[in-house]
Write a protein that binds this ligand. Structure first.
Ligand SMILES: Nc1ncnc2c1ncn2[C@@H]1O[C@H](COP(=O)(O)OP(=O)(O)OP(=O)(O)O)[C@@H](O)[C@H]1O
Length: 260
C-alpha cells in the first residue's frame, strides 16, 4: 500500500510551548481524510508540516514518497494543491483576471506566466469549468464572482497542476448552504481524478461520503484517528469539543446535535 502521508513521533514546539505532540499518523492510498478539532487544536500547524512550511522539532515525516530531510520539498510541493478560504484575499494579482485565466494560472507555480500556456492547458481549464459548473461565469473578472464561485475557481485552479494531494483548509467558510453543498460536491470529483484529499473543517456534516477517515485533534495531540465511523462517535466528539454531542448519520453523512 502506498503511503500518502506518514508522521512518526512528530512534535512541533515554538519556544517553550509544544504545539503538536507525539503525532503518529498514516494516510494511505485510497483514503481521504478530514481533520477536525477545536480552534487552536493544531490543525493549521499540522498542515504546515505536511506542506513542509514548518519543520517538526522532532520525528519523521514522509509525504508522497518525499522524506523530509532527504528530499526536495519544492519538488514535493509541485504535487500538492492547497485551497484555503484565507486565499480569497491573497490573490491580489488574480482579482482582475478572468475566471479562465485564474484557473489556467494554476498550471504554474508562479502567477503570470501566460506566455507558456498551451492549447491543451486551455482545454484542461475549459473541462474543469464545465465539470465544476463554472461555464456561466466564463469571461467574468475573478473579483466580481460570488464567494462560492471564487472557491470553486480556486479548487479548479489547484487541479490544473494535476496534484496527487489536495489540501482543502476550511473551504466553505462564509458560504451560504447552497454554495457550501456545491463546494462539497466537488470533493467527489477531485477524488475520482484520482487525487487524494485532506479536508480541514470545524463541521462534521462536511465529512461527505467520499471522505473515508478522520483525524481528531485535541490540544495538539491525536485524540482519535481512523475510519470515520469509528472516530465520529458521541464519546469521542464530546471529549474533543468539550460539549455533550450526539452524532446521527443520514445517507452516510454525519450530523451533530449538542445537548446541554
Ligand atoms: N508560529 C507560531 N508561534 C507560536 N504559536 C503558534 C504558532 N502557530 C500556531 N501557534 C499556536 O499553536 C496553537 C495551534 O494553532 P493552529 O493554528 O495550528 O490551530 P488550529 O486548530 O488550526 O486553529 P483554528 O481552528 O483556529 O484555525 C495555537 O494556540 C496557536 O496560537
Amino acid at each position: 500500500m502506498t503511503v500518502i502521508i506518514r508522521m512518526r513521533d512528530v512534535s512541533w514546539a515554538r519556544g517553550e510551548r509544544i504545539i503538536l505532540r507525539d503525532i503518529n499518523w498514516e494516510m494511505n492510498e485510497g483514503e481521504q481524510w478530514a481533520i477536525l478539532g477545536l480552534n487552536g487544536s493544531g490543525k493549521t500547524s499540522l498542515l504546515n508540516i505536511v506542506t513542509g512550511y514548518q519543520y517538526p522539532t522532532r520525528g519523521e515525516v514522509e509525504v508522497l514518497g518525499y522524506r523530509f530531510g532527504q528530499a526536495s520539498l519544492p519538488e514535493m510541493r509541485r504535487h500538492i494543491g492547497f485551497v484555503s478560504s484565507a486565499l480569497d484575499q491573497f490573490h491580489d494579482t488574480l482579482q482582475t483576471e478572468t475566471v479562465e485565466d485564474v484557473i489556467v494560472s494554476g498550471k504554474f507555480a508562479t502567477i503570470g506566466l501566460y506566455d507558456a500556456v498551451t492549447r491543451e492547458d486551455r482545454d484542461q481549464a475549459e473541462a474543469l469549468m464545465e465539470s465544476f459548473r463554472l461555464q456561466a461565469v466564463k469571461g467574468k473578472r475573478y473579483a466580481t464572482l460570488s464567494q462560492g464561485e471564487k472557491r470553486k475557481t480556486l479548487i479548479a485552479r489547484a487541479l490544473m497542476a494535476n496534484p496527487k494531494l489536495l489540501i482543502l483548509d476550511e473551504p466553505t467558510v462564509g458560504l451560504d448552504l447552497l454554495a457550501r453543498e456545491e463546494v462539497l460536491s466537488l470533493i467527489e470529483q477531485v477524488v475520482s481524478r484520482p487525487c487524494h484529499v485532506l479536508y480541514v473543517t470545524h463541521y462534521i456534516e462536511e465529512i461527505v461520503g467520499s471522505i473515508t477517515h478522520v483525524l481528531l485533534l485535541q490540544d495538539g495531540r491525536i485524540a482519535a484517528a481512523g475510519r470515520k465511523e469509528d472516530v465520529l462517535t458521541d464519546e469521542r466528539l464530546s471529549a474533543a469539543f468539550r460539549l455533550h454531542m450526539r452524532v446521527h448519520w443520514e445517507n452516510g453523512r454525519p450530523w451533530a446535535s449538542v445537548h446541554r
